[in-house]
Design a protein around this ligand. Structure first.
Ligand code: SF4
Length: 89
């Protein structure tokens, strides 16, 4: 599994013309790839929590493996690793 570190490699459902997720409207999409876990949690809370695509986005992110970087579906990379190992996020 290769690392995915840019929004340009986002899942197709983010291109749904009927839904406008918050991550599509940020001035700098790189904000979803913060350098600290605290910042990642903040981004996930502010942008992903109210997003209508969050459930599907989260499932997609969990299927990508441990190397998927950044905030997806309201989870950080560290949270997804814990979830995949059966822990709590
Ligand atoms: S859940 Fe987060 S990363 Fe996924 S589409 Fe919504 S805002 Fe974007």
């Amino acid at each position: 599994m290769s690392a995915i570190g840019t929004r340009s490699e986002a899942p197709d459902f983010l291109d749904d013309p009927d839904v406008r997720p918050a991550c599509k409207d940020v001035d700098d999409p790189e904000r979803f790839f913060p350098s600290s876990e605290a910042e990642a949690v903040s981004i996930a809370t502010v942008y992903c929590r109210p997003c209508p695509l969050r459930p599907g986005c989260r499932e997609w992110a969990l299927r990508q493996g441990d190397y998927l970087w950044g905030v997806w579906g309201g989870t950080t990379q560290a949270e997804r690793k814990r979830l995949r190992r059966g822990g709590v996020p």
